[in-house]
Design a protein around this ligand. Sequence first.
Ligand code: HAM
Length: 420
Amino acid sequence: MPYAAPTGAKDILPEEWPFWRHIEQNIQRITALYGFEPLGVPIFESTALFTRGVGEGSDLVVQKEMYSFQDKSGDELTLRPEFTAGIMRAYVENGMHTRPAPLRLYAIGPIFRQEKPQAGRYRIHHQFNVEALGEEDPVIDVEVMSIAWDLYDALGFKGLSFMINSTGCRECRPAFVQALRDYFAPLAEQLGETDRTRLARNPLRLLDSKDPAMERLLASAPVIHDFLCESCRTHFATLRQYLDLLGRPYTINPRLVRGLDYYVKTVFEVWAQDIGAQAAVCGGGRYDGLIEALGGPAVPGVGFGSGIERIILALKAQGVQAPALPLPLVMLVYRGPAAKVEAIRLLQTLRQAGIGALLPYRDSLKAQLKQADRARARFALILGDDELAAASVTVRDLTSSQQVSVPRSEVIAWLRAHGV
Ligand code: HAM
């Protein structure tokens, strides 16, 4: 093999596309129900936007996961490692705060992270990303979360678990972070290398440690809920009240913290079993203060990102099928060069009328009918000398093998009447 796809990048073969289409179609249907509009943002942006946006303490920066480069004009650019920072930049740059709030936006597209590839973790993945800007009421947090719920429900997921937490705000979190530092400082010797870096750079991330030895230490570590200020406490209580009201099942996980620095108050993730170590199909939360930090007005926001590859992995693990993509139901079959010319003409007429049709590329009738079978066509339209003379078509039902002669001018109407 002279060339292989880069590590962590994969092809999406035709047989995968029914899942992608099914997911995209449901995303379009559900976002429309919730009044979310699409927004496109560039695949690369200035590196500074991401460093500032996701934060110096985020996994993306600390673990050097960004694909950053300098272009010919000397600009420092980065392939987007997430959507939120770019969407906030677009919001500020296009003066979108003057639009009625809350502004409801969604985006779908590729995301680039130089992570260690493993099951469910790629260097190029695709996200469905939702953001609601300009509203503090926790009801919008619930609306955003409900989009994920409804999508996964529509796709036929079973046994998904929504985890929620509050990570406090700029007022109350520093005391919690200090308490974590104080608790872990004397235990530093017992921490692995990654966790020692976290203790130094972002102690909050210790709560998300994957090291089994941390279980015991974390069991008696300080808990965020003992540190929340009145505003964060009320926000979280109201959020839960609304989730209960709507019968949305969730688990409170006081150790849920996210890998990006901008979160305040609400954070949530959705986990699926059986898709490898990286089990989160969705992650998000509130990021009041981010737009301000990027030079915009003080506008609150909440959103999530959901990895499409992980959704597909989880669906497959659960044995859920996606509806097949529509294939042409009609195959033209011809005998001789004059009939071939007529077949080419009819092929175009059918497609212009919105009927999918294929032309076989073999001369013998038998080979052509075999191709019709392989293509899973329902009808073969046969053209030979007799049909040319009578300006008709012989329509063969490929399931029952029954044939009828139909005037060529009526063939479209005939096919429509027979469910094509
Ligand atoms: P995130 O948790 O970093 O959040 O990513 C969101 C989702 O993308 C994850 O739950 C997972 O499904 C998928 N994902 C992440 N990394 C990979 C990977 N290497 N391979 C496959 N799938 C992956 C964000 O990106 C935030 N911007 C979400 C957000 C939007 N928060 C507020 N608004």
